[in-house]
Design a protein around this ligand. Sequence first.
Ligand code: C5P
Length: 400
Amino acid sequence: MMKGKHIILGICGGIAAYKSVYLLRLLVKAGAEVQVVITPAGKEFITPVTLSSLSGKPVISEFFTANTGSWNSHVDLGLWADAMIIAPATASTIGKMANGIADNMLVTTYLSAKCPIFLAPAMDLDMMAHPSTKRNLELLASYGNHIIEPAVGELASHLVGKGRMEEPENIVKAVEAYFSSQCDLKGRSVMITAGPTYERIDPVRFIGNYSSGKMGYAIAEECARRGAEVTLVSGPVSLKCSNPRIRRIDVESAREMLEAADEAFATSDVAIMCAAVADYYVENRATTKIKREKDEIPQIVLKRNPDIAATLGAKKRPWQLLVGFALETDNEAVNAKSKIERKNLDFIVLNSLRDKDACFGTDTNKVTIIAADGAEKPFALKPKSEVARDIVDEVVSRLR
Ligand code: C5P
């Protein structure tokens, strides 16, 4: 469950911070990639050297790195994480979180995070029982945060009561239980095409397009995160996959993409055709570099590429789901709807080049999901990771 998961471990200044070292070790052992963010007070209890040795990453505490001018991006961190665990969560940090007081990296990261948040409070029994703490925790729970209740037992003050941070094993179990409840694609296999295709003209030149592959890769990560076995048939891009459940097959041309996609589709429940496939390939491809001739201009002879989506659409079985993409510059909805029919798609994701900060190369996208019956669902401009979530939600609702 934890394998490949990105976890932010937030550590506050409480004596239970010593248990966070063990929690970190358990998370890493379970296969998670962990980034520790510690409050200034947290460093009084446990040293960053211990934490960075165990996590294999420098510990983040300050907004800025002295002398170098570099700064830590809480926004990037918040988007990177699959979960944030704050353990121990002290009364002070709980109060800041409940009220949006972003005066350290931990609370700022919390406010930017899009992922589920788990808090394991730890404090003295009277602080725990105080109406302020209780109200702040209730408020945080009402925002959707998961509170891992502290246990009753002997506290650092030697008093006995409720306030002991939950044991690291149980914190890991709580997070694992959450992830397993989110695995609505477990047992499903999904094939995704992504990126551009390159059609060679000669050994050094090609016909390509501006597709970065970011949308397809975000969908692959989202499907894998939700438990699917993913085959990602990728055109030439400079992206990397992080989830071990993604099997990536690199291809260059549309015909290579068809071969790989066709084979994977035979055993897939879902296929999402995100690639920007070249419509034509070069029939008279040169085997040696074309030289600049004085008088003659070389002629490129184009031949139509196979339509991968349509080929799979023609073979689609009743239990399979086929999703297409439409990138349009004009007459968007009409063009998208005709593709649904032509390619036998279940739904199509439409994006328009007329929308600013959407489509090629950007980290955001603005899409409309159009169903085979013509029903349209428009979405706002969002990061591609969130667009991926909307698309996969649509897939999951149809699989049900
Ligand atoms: O026909 P058009 O290229 O606009 O259709 C876009 C959709 O069809 C996308 O889902 C794209 O991945 C897919 N496609 C394909 N093979 C092609 C052309 C497009 O799979 N040769």
